[in-house]
Design a protein around this ligand. Sequence first.
Ligand code: A3D
Length: 320
Amino acid sequence: MARKKIALIGSGMIGGTLAHLAAKKEMGDIVLFDIAEGMPQGKALDLSQCGPIEGFDAKITGTNDYADIAGADVVIVTAGVPRKPGMSRDDLLGINLSVMKAVGEGIKNNCPDAFVICITNPLDAMVWALREFSGLPHNKVVGMAGVLDSARFATFLAWEFDCSVKDVNAFVLGGHGDTMVPVKSYTTINGIPVDDYAKIKGVPESRLDEIVARTRAGGGEIVKLLGNGSAYYAPATSAIAMAEAYLGDQKRILPSASYVEGKYGLDGLYVGVPTVIGAGGCEDVIEIELSDEEKANLKVSTDAVEELLEACKGLDSSLA
Ligand code: A3D
């Protein structure tokens, strides 16, 4: 059987990290695409030379030509610009929307059967626009954010409780922005609800609230520390987990920015929800019971996403 083909659109910090992870895991042959000339070719050459040391078989190539992504099984999109200190994700809207148009057309013309994972910010609006521009079925286009946001929440909880991250199952819903909704009621420490575990460990509720706030601002904290660019190791790892779920038909339930129609009272919106990812792409959206407070928070978050979609429609008449 031929190897799978993984196309990475955008070969910057996340794109390069994705290529390294995908090669190390022998997920398939990898094509790094970017508009910057020479850079994807250079990264591909450098990464190829990791092969003999790390012992992976993967053909890694770099290109500036969309024809080279033909027939890709998975496409992961990071093309665009990241945040600088002081910028919100929404500040990236105009420039990254035009990038999504070019990328969507490149996918439509070269690999319309691919499973597409978008990472470019502002995430929930960009994944919606990418789907519109590419014309792919909604179940084959998804956004990565919830896996990362949940991993941030889990990291901070594991630090607080001084427990293994492997035992923390953290849950974040909603849009990928300051209005995201870390859901305490579905967050457990090896099955023990987090509120109960906090009582056992003598951690006050106010401390959990601080952790929720730090999770919401988790991306900005890294942007500020880096001074130039945004997080890339954990975002890349998160998207790889989603790609593996698709390629391996794992049917994992991963919080992903999926197209929601009907469930959660939503009418055709990409937003972070628990999603079953398997060979059919986004195979199902799981609608969980939420408390009144969580419902209200989710509404604030989805309203913010809807506002961004309206802004996209104002910027590109083909989306209206
Ligand atoms: P960066 O290292 O700048 O890489 C982006 C790459 O995109 C650069 O190499 C550009 O040359 C390239 N590019 C620009 N325009 C085009 C185009 N039209 N076609 C192809 N390539 C193009 O950024 P990064 O890798 O750090 O981040 C990429 C994106 O991911 C940004 O929008 C970030 O805001 C976003 N991001 C999202 C998350 C989420 O959790 C959703 C987390 C971290 C970063």
